[in-house]
Design a protein around this ligand. Structure first.
Ligand SMILES: Cc1cc2nc3c(=O)[nH]c(=O)nc-3n(C[C@H](O)[C@H](O)[C@H](O)COP(=O)(O)OP(=O)(O)OC[C@H]3O[C@@H](n4cnc5c(N)ncnc54)[C@H](O)[C@@H]3O)c2cc1C
Length: 455
């Protein structure tokens, strides 16, 4: 890496925004990402003030041959948003949000988190769907697709993306939408950060004046697991669920006698009024006597509770789509979870369908429109040297569960490597993406990601 070639002074002089170097007091904080166990020291971290600043940093990195990392919320599972010895474009200070309540659209700079956007939009009774976690950046989640609490009602985050400002590898600032650079607009809806730095997104907003949601903790048995998934698939589209099958955490809201026992920590969100929501949720409550029931009428932003600061977990993970969760699959899940000693281990299942599935598979770079159950396996651990053990555990577990759907969601890929990236972009999606990569980033400047190399 040509780190010595980057002059912090020159960069500082050329930018309106901040430039943080290894000698600065806030360097350690600025290079820390969400995932634990990542200890990379970039040569410089730039915090641009606007798209022109971003273009300057991109141009500098390209000209100096430095590795370039792009950071929105810093939640990449592999720490892709920090470079060892290279340049980081950290969008932290670009958080402007303009909401047009009449047109029901919003222009959002990509330093915003999903939570910040959701709270601001929610103040107007409006929402765009992101994921399940407030601190995830709108940059990374949107570019990969975006699967959250409104996925069945309104689709993926990219299904509400109307336009974006992008800084290309050449340092140009372009606006892309269905009419202008439609190829690039197609590629950034699912293709990740491979094609440039998105500095601003224009989203569609939906009216979500009321919701019913929260956490429902049920005992996990093969019957409750299969029942939970069947009810999730059969539910009205207003309801999106996330089933976390795991040992009950020793949290204050969980009665002590259940700590460590297998539970379904269900996160449910009904985007609609209280009465209809209660009706949609009744079948879940009937699966078993709930151990904890925190589902109640809420405002939609309340789906994002406060998070623990300074939480930087190390995790081994695998992602896949399942076609079905029957008794045998549920038994396998429980057996494998019981067999691990990871500090926390989980099978997470999200029933898809609804609005997401009505978008044609080739309309965006997210091709998995007919996939049914997005499933993640994870082991969270505290000791870096335990990684190998838990990587083997998730790898074997994934192999035991694998069904016909061979695809994967790019934003939940972990250490699957280039083969994993191919599963995210099957067939003609891959061909189209690599051709667009050729055109917009022929030298693969944007490679610190789940990478789509030029053809
Ligand atoms: C706790 C947790 C919960 C999650 N829950 C969900 C969920 O419910 N649904 C879901 O769909 N996903 C979820 N994810 C996955 C998440 O969407 C991805 O990890 C996403 O990439 C994180 O985005 P970020 O901006 O925070 O991360 P970053 O680490 O900043 O970026 C991730 C990748 O995107 C690139 N990137 C980021 N911003 C830009 C930009 N503006 N322009 C170009 N490239 C950019 C980066 O270079 C990097 O390669 C979750 C992840 C975590 C850690």
């Amino acid at each position: 890496m040509q780190t010595s070639a980057i002059s912090i002074q020159d960069l500082r002089a050329g930018l309106k925004g901040q430039v943080i170097g290894p000698g600065d007091a806030d360097f350690d904080e600025a290079r820390t990402v969400f995932v634990g166990g990542i200890d990379r020291r970039p040569a410089v971290i730039a915090r641009p003030a606007d798209a022109a600043d971003v273009a300057r940093v991109v141009t500098t990195a390209r000209e100096k041959g430095a590795e370039l990392a792009v950071r929105s919320g810093g939640h990449s599972s592999l720490g892709h948003s920090v470079s060892e010895g290279g340049v980081v474009v950290d969008l932290h200070d670009m958080r402007a949000l303009e909401i047009d309540t009449e047109a029901r659209t919003a222009w959002a700079e990509t330093g915003l988190t999903a939570g910040e956007y959701t709270v601001a939009a929610g103040a107007n009774g409006l929402a765009t769907g992101f994921g399940d976690t407030a601190s995830v950046g709108i940059g990374g989640i949107t570019l990969g697709g975006g699967v959250g609490y409104l996925v069945r009602k309104f689709g993926l985050t990219i299904d509400d993306l109307l336009a974006a400002d992008v800084v290309t590898a050449a340092g140009e600032i372009i606006q892309v939408d269905e009419e202008s650079h439609p190829d690039l607009f197609w590629a950034i809806r699912g293709g990740g950060g491979n094609f440039g730095v998105a500095t601003r997104f224009k989203f569609r907003l939906h009216e979500v004046p009321a919701a019913v949601g929260g956490m429902l903790l049920l005992p996990a048995t093969p019957e409750t697991i299969t029942g939970f998934i069947a009810e999730s698939e059969a539910a009205p589209e207003e309801l999106s669920t996330i089933a976390n099958i795991m040992p009950a955490p020793p949290m204050p809201f969980v009665p002590e006698e259940h700590h460590g026992k297998m539970v379904i920590m269900g996160l449910l969100c009904y985007a609609g009024d209280a009465e209809a929501g209660e009706r949609a949720l009744a079948p879940f409550r009937a699966l078993a006597e709930p151990l904890v029931d925190m589902v109640r009428p809420i405002s939609y932003p309340e789906m994002y509770p406060p998070e623990m600061e300074e939480y930087h977990p190390m995790a081994a993970g695998r992602t896949m789509f399942l076609d079905t969760v029957d008794q045998t699959v549920a038994e396998t899940m429980l057996e494998r979870l019981e067999a691990s000693d990871a500090f926390m281990r989980v099978v997470q299942i999200r029933a898809l369908g609804g609005a997401m599935a009505r978008v044609p598979a080739d309309a965006t770079a997210f091709a998995h429109r007919s996939s049914r159950l997005m499933t993640n396996l994870a082991a969270v651990f505290m000791q870096p040297e335990a990684r190998e053990t838990y990587e083997a555990w998730v790898g074997d577990f994934a192999a035991a569960l694998r069904q016909n759907d061979a695809g994967a969601y790019v934003n939940f890929l972990n250490s699957e490597g280039p083969d994993g990236v191919r599963t995210a972009y099957p067939g003609s999606t891959w061909d189209r993406l690599t051709a667009i990569k050729n055109q917009y980033d022929p030298t693969n400047l944007f490679r610190l990601n789940q990478n789509i190399p030029p053809a």
